[in-house]
Design a protein around this ligand. Structure first.
Ligand code: DOR
Ligand code: ZN
Length: 342
């Protein structure tokens, strides 16, 4: 990307977002709704979103929180291995994907899957493939924290082989092993966050501990970040931007027992623009990474929204309604100049 002063992104999509509920939903929903056309909304509420009624009710709470902002919440269900074909047919039109969490692996995932027995999952996953419902996966084992994602790759491969018609999205990938898996199976795709393109474990724990950069999966090694950067900057057709923006109240982060999650929604597009410019990547690639690839993979047509970014320093606020964003108090290179709907 040339060192342009201004760029316009069309219909940006965030393919992995935590919008939460109640007060937090009201506090943070605008951060995404103002600058994105839509987002895949994660279902890990308490209790998780597992019924058609819960999806419909959560969507209407989101709509209320975003007021009249032009923004589509693409809804998801929390995967349960006992979802029947009849249930999936009934809920199909209300959802865009289903999110699978290994049991207990991260925030509010206690009711997830333990053991990945193909036969146990067969009825549900075959029905999802037939109904063209993508499976989004949090791919970590409960092994050593730096190895959890790489250890999960054989599970991705097992699922990809057993269910070749199922679209499997490896969510928020952080390792070179996951990047390599992308090209081995036609039905594997991935989302990448902005924070994993910027930081490594050194930024989290190499100096003073940085709770606001602590998330799951944890940021890995420089060579992992390099592998992620390569496929993001070239806009590999199987990768999409998914922020995994995961707000927690300041006190839950700056605490003995820090909650996992980085809040990036208000600064994601500015940081991505800075990154693509820094690496001289074409602006078309940024457009593909933040929208077009996702449209093709998911078969969605987003609301029309253009976001113009200008190369003017922006000092990231210390807090947004009690939530500390990534790079709080620091100066970043781009600002959002204007957003046009339609
Ligand atoms: O860091 C994370 N925070 N990773 C997840 O998978 C969940 C998320 C959250 O919901 O807070
Ligand atoms: Zn997430």
């Amino acid at each position: 990307m040339p060192a342009t002063q201004k760029i316009t992104l069309h219909n940006p999509l965030d393919m992995h977002l935590h919008l939460r509920d109640e007060e937090m939903l009201h506090n943070i929903a605008q951060s995404s709704a103002k600058s994105f056309s839509g987002a895949i909304v994660m279902p890990n509420l308490v209790p998780p979103v597992t019924t058609k009624e819960a999806v419909i009710a959560y969507r209407s709470r989101i709509k209320e929180a975003i007021d009249d902002e032009a923004f589509t919440p693409y809804m998801t269900l929390f995967f349960k291995p006992d979802y029947s074909r009849a249930f999936l047919e009934e809920v199909r039109d209300e959802i865009t994907a289903i999110k699978l969490y290994p049991a207990g692996i991260t925030t509010n995932s206690e009711g997830g899957v333990s053991g990945f027995d193909v036969e146990e999952l067969r009825e549900t996953l075959e029905a999802m493939a037939d109904l063209n419902i993508p499976l989004c996966v949090h791919g970590e084992t409960n092994g050593f924290v730096m190895d959890r994602e790489a250890e999960f790759v054989p599970i991705y491969e097992k699922l990809a082989k057993a269910f070749p018609k199922l679209k499997i999205i490896m969510e928020h990938i952080t390792t070179k092993e996951s990047v390599a898996a992308l090209d081995r199976y036609e039905n594997l795709y991935a989302t990448i966050t902005v924070h994993h393109l910027f930081i490594t474990l050194d930024d989290v724990a190499g100096g003073m501990l940085q709770p606001h950069l602590f998330c799951k999966p944890i940021a890995k090694r420089p060579e992992d970040r390099e592998a992620l950067l390569r496929v993001a900057l070239e806009a590999h057709p199987k990768v999409m931007f998914g922020s995994d923006s995961a707000p927690h109240p300041k006190h839950a982060k700056e605490n003995c027992g820090c909650a996992a999650g980085v809040f990036t929604a208000p600064v994601a597009l500015q940081l991505l623009t800075e990154l693509f410019e820094k690496h001289n990547a074409p602006i078309e690639n940024l457009q593909a990474f933040v929208s077009t690839n996702a449209q093709k993979i998911y078969g969605i047509t987003p609301l029309q929204k253009s976001v113009t970014l200008i190369k003017e320093p922006f000092v990231v606020p210390a807090e947004y309604n009690g939530v500390v964003p990534m790079f709080a108090g620091e100066e970043i290179a781009y600002s959002i100049e204007e957003v046009n709907v339609g």
